[in-house]
Design a protein around this ligand. Structure first.
Ligand SMILES: Nc1ncnc2c1ncn2[C@@H]1O[C@H](COP(=O)(O)OP(=O)(O)O)[C@@H](O)[C@H]1O
Ligand SMILES: [Mg+2]
Length: 317
């Protein structure tokens, strides 16, 4: 079904992209490329530079430096030439609240001169996939948050773009709609659309084919989620506890502990060696009188990796 990314053509190529706002460097010398049929994630906290990067890719903001090529065309020099092939769904997508679902879709189709028969076919397909078909006559202003985002995606897709730029499309969206949204992205991937998606949800980061981790304008890492996990120095162990804060305080200074991350039901501990740290961690918890389960080695989550990268960066600084 889906070809391996390596077999597909390069859809988007970014080299040395930078953007400053006064003294602030919002995007600092960022380079990556995305192939057709690949979902590429931009992951990072607020202010990391994700939106600014997206805006430059979408040619709605000029880069201070760097090159962007879409389908071999230089976008910085000739933004008009690629416009038809690119679709950008900004963080706050401009749907018309006083138009119906159908009228919104038609508006975006007209913007790109999509023939009526074609956009109607596409609309039915996309609305079916997102279970929105019964709501075609509803005003956009009366849709739920999740439905609005699915309609936004439908509008962004009526002209069948080859490159799709999605800026935090699922922020604030309920879990069921988020899952449906991702199903649509997977079916687009199978048709060869290249996607760049920014997200603040780390579980969504795991769904991307490749990820770029952003912090303070720089790209700290860029690879598949699997490769990121393999390259983590040391290991992650989990300790379940009903008092995670106390557990974290008790084990922070144990030898071989690189960092501690609070999770809902305990702590994730980044250690040099999972085997060797089991006994000292258990002893430290016992000595502090913190109730805790056994120390178990786990697969690192994207959040563990992100925190580990930040620790390393701040230690180096
Ligand atoms: N138009 C602007 N003028 C000045 N500063 C900006 C502007 N847009 C973004 N910034 C700043 O650039 C940095 C990156 O912002 P942004 O790209 O929106 O990050 P993200 O999308 O990852 O949250 C932030 O510090 C933000 O305040
Ligand atoms: Mg943003």
């Amino acid at each position: 079904m889906t070809a391996a990314p390596g077999q597909q053509a390069l859809a988007l190529d970014v080299r040395g992209l930078s953007k400053r706002f006064g003294a602030l460097t919002a995007v600092d010398n960022v380079s990556f490329s995305v192939r057709s049929g690949e979902i590429f994630g931009l992951v990072g906290p607020d202010g990391a530079g994700k939106t600014t990067t997206m805006r430059m890719l979408a040619s709605v903001m000029r880069a201070d430096a760097g090159a962007i090529r879409i389908d071999e065309v230089d976008v910085v020099a000739d933004p008009e030439r690629t416009k038809r092939h690119v679709s950008y769904m900004p963080q706050r997508f401009g749907l018309y609240d006083d138009l119906t679902v159908d009228e919104n879709i038609r508006f975006f189709a007209d913007l790109f001169d999509v023939p009526r028969k074609l956009w109607q076919e596409r609309a039915v397909q996309l609305l079916t996939a997102s279970r929105m078909l019964p709501f075609r006559q509803r005003l956009a202003g009366q849709l739920s948050g999740g439905m609005k985002q699915k309609l936004g995606l439908t509008c962004a897709l009526v002209h069948a773009p080859r490159v799709l730029l999605l800026d935090e499309p699922t922020t604030g969206v309920d879990p069921v709609s988020r899952r449906e949204f991702w199903q649509i992205l997977y079916s687009l991937r199978a048709t060869g659309v290249a996607m760049v998606i920014s997200t603040a949800y780390l579980d969504e980061a795991e769904r991307c084919d490749r990820l770029a981790l952003f912090d303070e304008g720089s790209m700290m890492y860029c690879d598949t989620p699997q490769q990121l996990k393999r390259e983590l120095p040391g290991a992650i162990v989990r300790v379940a506890s009903v008092r995670p804060r106390e557990a974290a305080a008790a084990i922070e200074r144990v030898a071989g502990v690189r960092g501690v991350l609070l999770v809902g039901d305990g702590v994730h501990v980044h250690v040099d060696d999972a085997q060797a740290s089991g006994a000292p961690l258990a002893q430290a918890l016992q000595a502090a009188g913190v109730p805790a389960g056994p120390v178990e080695r786990i697969e690192p989550t994207i959040e563990d990796l992100f925190v580990a990268l930040l620790e390393r960066k701040h230690k180096a600084a």
